[in-house]
Write a protein that binds this ligand. Structure first.
Ligand SMILES: [Zn+2]
Length: 380
């Protein structure tokens, strides 16, 4: 297949007018100029690496916690309309029985052929988090980070846990080491730890932080916490919910100025009402209202998870930081997290030999088409 008449965003430069050739799920050539062969005319729009969301809990009516294969499949199909070609599926604090059931179903889902975006595994967000920064997680089910408990969850999932969010201050370093030795990305978050408490696990090798600013100790001049540490260290990759709701646009400016495009990965952290019409929905047992990209508890008006799509989050990030170049943007949407998850040799950028995981955006940054492994999975 040929995709032609397009502006191709490569890792370090842009081909203003070019075409690419795809064969057997992979990109086999990248070319400048006009293709004289038949192909899909992309009408001068941007061709970019497909987006990778490493933190999401559902959308389009799907709540991953329902633990149903059909629901996982439905999400994988629908989420391609946001330009997402890979994602790491969230799993929140739950009872041992529910974890076993959910992760068991998930392991079957991972053995099936993917029909939409590719699921890369589980992002375990809880139970290894702190009481003080638990967010919407159930207090009675929280546990201090514990290798034996994690081993059980790994087993239920059939070795499909890729990221674990944990309160690093509630363990002695052995939990961090265990994850690093077992190809799991340690992501520090949902913790009240101080700046100095972060040093030990940083020395051990943690380089990823769960949704910067949300669910963590902050940047107070008297009590610098994880947010201060994550901003201070150049090589910590920060997940950022760039919806303009969980983090104000002016704070998105500050984050971009300090971390730069190399050390941010955009996430949605979205829940089941994402992608649905405005209205009343349920999040577990809670009644919530979705209005625009915002989801809040009906009773109190408190934010109840994120409802924004990945493409919305990109537009908001650019509105806050108009200086972002397309080659910077793809770092935050695809490249950084692909490197972090050790899959950059296969996907995450437009390069010969890599999987043809691609998104076509127009100049308003709206998704026109999405391809997963060269197959068209979404067309507006
Ligand atoms: Zn989350």
């Amino acid at each position: 297949m040929i995709l032609k008449n397009t502006k191709i965003v490569l890792e370090n430069n842009i081909i203003e007018n070019g075409w690419i050739e795809i064969e057997d799920k992979k990109i086999i050539s990248i070319n400048e100029g006009t293709a004289d062969k038949d192909g899909v005319d992309l009408e001068g729009n941007w061709l970019m690496p497909g987006f990778i969301d490493c933190h999401v809990h559902g959308g389009y009516g799907v709540d991953f916690e329902s633990g149903k294969i059909e629901a996982f499949e439905q999400f994988s199909k629908k989420v391609t309309q946001e330009g997402i070609t890979s994602y790491v599926q969230g799993s929140v604090t739950n009872s041992k029985e529910n974890n076993e059931r959910y992760l068991g179903e998930f392991s079957k889902f991972m053995k099936n052929d993917m029909i939409g975006a590719k699921c890369l595994g589980i992002h375990l967000e809880g139970p290894f988090i702190s009481k003080e920064k638990k967010g919407a997680h159930e207090l009675s089910l929280l546990e201090d980070p514990n290798i034996e408990s994690l081993k059980k969850l790994i087993k239920y999932s059939d070795d499909n846990i890729r990221i674990v969010t944990y309160a690093a201050d509630l363990q002695d370093g052995s939990f961090t080491k265990f994850m690093l030795e077992n190809n799991i990305l340690p992501s520090v978050g949902h913790t009240n730890m101080s700046f100095s408490q972060c040093e030990k696990d940083y020395e051990l090798g943690f380089r990823h932080v769960t949704h910067l600013f949300n669910g963590m100790s902050g940047v107070s001049q008297y009590e610098p916490g994880l947010a201060s540490f994550a901003l201070y260290k150049d090589d910590i990759l920060c997940e950022v919910i760039t919806d303009g709701i969980h983090i104000e646009k002016d704070t998105l400016k500050l984050i971009y100025k300090i971390k730069g495009p190399e050390n941010i990965c955009i996430i949605t952290d979205a829940m089941n009402a994402k992608g649905l019409d405005d209205g009343e929905y349920k999040l577990g047992n809670l009644e919530v209202i979705k209005k625009g990209m915002k989801v809040f508890l009906k009773e109190s008006g408190v934010l109840a998870g994120a409802g924004a799509t990945f493409d919305h989050n990109i537009r908001t990030m650019i509105e806050a930081n108009p200086e972002i170049k397309m080659t910077d943007l793809i770092k935050m949407t695809s490249i950084n997290i692909a490197k972090q998850l050790n899959i950059f040799n296969k996907t995450g950028s437009i390069e010969v030999g890599k999987s043809a995981d691609l998104v076509v955006l127009n100049k308003e940054m709206s998704v026109i088409k999405t391809f997963v492994e060269g197959k068209s999975v979404y067309e507006r």
